[in-house]
Design a protein around this ligand. Structure first.
Ligand SMILES: Nc1ncnc2c1ncn2[C@@H]1O[C@H](COP(=O)(O)OP(=O)(O)O)[C@@H](O)[C@H]1O
Ligand SMILES: N[C@@H](CCOP(=O)(O)O)C(=O)O
Length: 325
């Protein structure tokens, strides 16, 4: 369907949170949404023959403007797969989620495409009642541990059941604060995944299972146990060579009794505390302190949202509308 003669072009706006996957031992299955948002909008382009992409913020100098742009490409693939005919589009994106840091930017980009695409198609009169964004997004990104919290907010645990993605939604304990140490370096998730062995010792699998189970309890009920609950045996040691400064910072923080882990595939470090850890992080970073930007991140509880209008620089949730997922 194209914009009919005389009909006002449609614009849909969305805010899409960053996510931190793994939380230590929850490799490929646990994740948490963070209050750092990409603001993305999609409009009909009645006066153009092709799609247009406008980008500000993170990636403005590096991301493509054609169909290889992850949001636009995913949108077009989604419309084609669903059989929705949609004319030329303008995609506008103000990105606050840094790319290649382990903050789920690719999952957020894919989620942005699907959330906007579903709402845009609905407003163009298409039936979207059977469209399951979590399923489609997890298949495309391959990381339900990012896509789950990105869509639903809070914390999710996800698993594969006979080729379908399932998830449970958890509410993190309100006293938990997340702080990020974001290095001046990037790492592609694909490269980081290449460092993980196909097989791990049974003993490590057992130890990791215990910590992952404990993480559910610590994140939801007893934050005092966050230090042991964020110990991983499946990925961080294997990937240490790809993020030496981040790995060192995690070790030093943990030696000081602070729950720290690599965020997603890295190289950002995520710290979970119930008080302000900035000083401790600066201290633990020692000679590497100039290498990291330290910033607090709220825990997002709502997930991706269609919003009434484009937000100013700091999304505050005032114009958020419930999203039909
Ligand atoms: N907002 C965005 N718009 C377009 N492409 C994006 C966006 N965010 C991420 N990407 C794509 O995803 C890549 C980063 O994905 P990945 O290596 O998985 O790192 P991350 O940990 O940030 O998800 C970028 O190089 C880019 O190709
Ligand atoms: N479980 C995945 C998570 C990847 O997250 P990202 O934010 O780095 O894309 C992994 O550790 O590979």
């Amino acid at each position: 369907m194209t914009v009919e003669q005389g009909r006002m072009p449609i614009t849909v706006h969305a805010e899409i949170p960053a996510t931190t996957a793994n939380l230590g031992p929850g490799f490929d299955c646990m994740g948490l949404a963070l209050g750092i948002y990409d603001s993305v909008s999609l409009s009909d382009r009645p006066d153009g023959d092709t799609d247009a992409v406008e980008i500000t913020g993170a990636g403005a100098d590096t991301l493509p403007r054609d169909r290889t742009h992850l949001v636009l490409g995913t949108l077009r693939d989604f419309f084609e797969a669903q059989g929705f005919e949609i004319g030329p589009l303008v995609l506008r994106s103000h990105n606050r989620i840094p790319q290649g840091q382990g903050l789920g930017s690719s999952a957020s980009a894919i989620t942005a495409a699907l959330v906007l695409g579903k709402e845009f198609a609905r407003r163009h009169g298409h039936d979207v009642s059977d469209v399951d964004l979590f399923q489609i997004g997890s298949d495309i990104d391959g990381h339900p541990d990012n896509v789950g919290p990105c869509i639903f907010g809070g914390m999710t645990v996800s698993w594969d059941e006979g080729g379908c993605w399932e998830r449970a939604h958890l509410v993190p304990h309100p006293s938990i604060r997340a702080t990020l140490a974001i290095p001046h370096a990037v790492l592609s998730t694909k490269v980081a995944r290449g460092l993980i062995p196909d097989v791990v010792p049974h003993h490590d699998a057992v130890r990791n299972s215990a910590r992952a189970a404990l993480a559910i309890h610590a994140f939801t009920t007893e934050p005092a146990l966050l230090l042991p609950a964020t110990r991983d045996f499946l990925h961080q040691d294997y990937r240490a060579s790809a993020y030496p400064q981040s790995y060192r910072l995690v070790q030093r923080l943990r030696e000081r009794g602070i729950a720290a882990a690599i965020s997603g595939a890295g190289p950002a470090v995520i710290v979970f505390t119930t008080d302000d850890p900035s000083e401790a992080i600066t201290d633990a970073a020692a000679d590497d302190r100039e290498f990291f930007d330290i910033t607090a991140a709220a825990i997002d509880t709502t997930g991706a949202q269609i919003v009434a209008k484009e937000t100013s620089d700091t999304p505050n949730g005032n114009n958020r509308a419930p999203l039909e997922r």
